[in-house]
Design a protein around this ligand. Structure first.
Ligand code: C5P
Length: 275
């Protein structure tokens, strides 16, 4: 399985000399997942049930295999089938998660005995969010994404994910952040306040997503989704990553059986749990 994530808060700290941004975020792995079928084969091949997903050299699974094949002694190919359930370009980390899963499986199948630090280093070369998925669960993520610190955090909630069907380019959002009027680099460090968060109601006092303003400009549906989730009883709502998925956190006892009907039929709505 290759699990999705949400960002509980995303604070942009600074722009780096290499063009990336230093950030701070609490990443939470979800029960929502893609299924990856991976087996050894003579050649490398990749297929998927999702027509919109490129299966060429740009696919992060292909890139994970090529990276490891270039760095280590790998005899033979790999046959991968991606059964996609996580929407593409949705801020839920599907591609990054697939890359981390491939990296871990290749390590096992070819008995590479890569240490955890080595896996994290390789993961960072594939994408900023990939290191988190090597560990999964809940982590404070810093730097460009390569600093992953496992933390104990709230788990007693259920999540509603609402994707308005608009794929967002993370690179474009970060670029707009530079030319836009958004102020970032302020706000209290999440790291300094995590210990004060004891219930879902505490989240909105401490966590925020610095990308929300820029993403709302290209995806105006976001505000309406947040309002609707709050009206349905969500205790905390936010954009995940660079969007366009908006999520709401609900108490475990809230009945969510009719929640999908609250949103247009063209939206994708998922109910998930934190892992
Ligand atoms: O690392 P990844 O390829 O996932 O990043 C996609 C784009 O998002 C980068 O090209 C960059 O523009 C932006 N980004 C950033 N700072 C980060 C992560 C991503 O500026 N920490």
């Amino acid at each position: 399985m290759s699990y999705a994530k949400i960002n509980l808060g995303l604070r942009i700290v600074s722009k780096r000399a290499d063009g990336y941004h230093n950030l701070e975020s609490i990443f939470q792995e979800l029960s929502l997942a893609d299924e990856l079928l991976i087996e050894r084969a003579d050649e490398f091949s990749l297929a998927t049930n999702q027509p919109g997903l490129p299966v060429d050299e740009t696919n992060l699974c292909t890139r994970a295999y090529r990276l490891l094949a270039a760095e280590y002694e790998i005899r033979g190919g790999l046959k991968i089938f991606i059964n996609k359930r996580i929407p593409l370009g949705s801020g839920l980390g599907g591609g990054s998660s697939n890359a981390a899963t491939c990296l871990k499986v290749i390590n096992q199948l070819f008995r590479l005995n890569l240490s955890l630090p080595e896996q994290l280093r390789l993961a960072a070369r594939l994408g900023s969010d990939v290191p988190f998925f090597i560990l999964g669960r809940t982590a404070l993520v810093k730097g460009r994404g390569e600093v992953v610190i496992p933390i104990t955090f709230l788990k007693n909630y259920q999540i509603v994910l609402v994707y308005p069907g608009r794929a967002i380019s993370t690179a474009q959002i970060f670029n707009n952040l530079e030319i836009g009027l958004t102020k970032y680099g302020g706000g209290v460090k999440f790291e300094a306040v995590i210990f004060r968060i004891a219930s879902l109601d505490d989240l909105s006092g401490y966590l925020f997503n610095d990308l929300e303003e820029v993403v709302s400009r290209v995806c105006p549906e976001i505000m309406g989704i947040k309002e609707r989730l709050i009206n349905c009883g969500a205790r905390y709502v936010s954009l995940s990553g660079s969007g366009a998925t908006v999520y709401g956190l609900f108490d475990l006892q809230t009945d969510l059986s009719n929640i999908k009907q609250e949103f247009p039929a063209s939206y994708l709505v998922f109910i998930a749990n934190p892992r």
